[in-house]
Design a protein around this ligand. Structure first.
Ligand code: 5RP
Length: 226
């Protein structure tokens, strides 16, 4: 993981934004570099929809004009990080527990640009544990159903509820996150469909057919993947 790679990717993405645009702001350390670079450009009439409370706080502090999906239902561009960038720009996201709001904002955007350091680019998705957002009520039962689906995909490890020092991790929406150590996801599309069918699963971190382009920071500059 390289902070300078994240930074150059974020800064390159900020150059894609034009005055007057409606922009989705991603979550995480790479997205934070984008938010900082965007604020520094001081573009006229930007309207920004953040994907988390943390990004909203940062953007507000930097003087960006914030909006919500209710007031700005269609966005020109969203820029966000990822935990893994696989073939065809299939992604795993949600390491920062913001995947539900992220997906809502991505799906409301005409274009989605993913920014990442070079270590995030993989040949097969699944080494990074797949985050799955689950409602708190009955979450252990939901966790068992997730384990059944994973087993059906030859993934033996059950998903584990995410905890931090202060106990269970809550998303901005008050839900829980289960992390599934998949190893290798051989059929991301079928897994995505099967997870969505489980009552109690709110969303999963597979972002398929959503990213239009990736800007990858490397030690030699940025690489663009389409
Ligand atoms: C948050 C995300 C982040 O974009 C992802 O975890 C990457 O984070 P970072 O840029 O800090 O490596 O999906 O839910």
């Amino acid at each position: 993981m390289s902070d300078s790679q994240k930074r150059i990717a974020g800064e390159a993405a900020a150059l894609r934004v034009e005055a007057g645009m409606k922009v989705g702001l991603g979550t995480g350390s790479t997205a934070a570099w984008f938010v900082k670079a965007l604020a520094a450009r001081n573009l006229r009439d930007l309207r920004c929809v953040p994907t988390s409370d943390a990004t909203a706080d940062l953007a507000r502090e930097l003087g960006l004009t914030l909006s919500t999906l209710e007031d700005t239902p269609r966005l020109d561009l969203t820029v966000d990080g990822a935990d893994e960038v696989g073939p065809g720009l299939a992604l795993i996201k949600g390491g920062g527990a913001a995947l539900l709001r992220e997906k809502l904002v991505w799906e409301a955007s005409d274009r989605c640009l993913v920014i990442a350091d070079a270590a995030k680019v993989v040949k097969t998705l699944g080494a990074f544990p797949l985050p799955i957002e689950v409602v708190a009520f009955g979450h252990k039962t939901t966790g068992n159903r997730i384990a059944d689906v994973l087993a059906d995909h030859d993934i033996a490890m059950p998903a584990r509820v995410r905890t931090a020092e202060r106990g269970l991790v809550r998303t901005d929406g008050g839900n829980l996150i289960y992390d599934a150590r998949c190893g290798a996801i051989t059929d991301p599309s079928r897994l995505a469909d099967d997870l969505k069918l489980i009552t109690g699963v709110v969303e999963h971190g597979l972002f398929l057919d959503l990213a239009d382009e990736a800007i990858i920071g490397t030690d030699d500059g940025v690489e663009v993947l389409v």
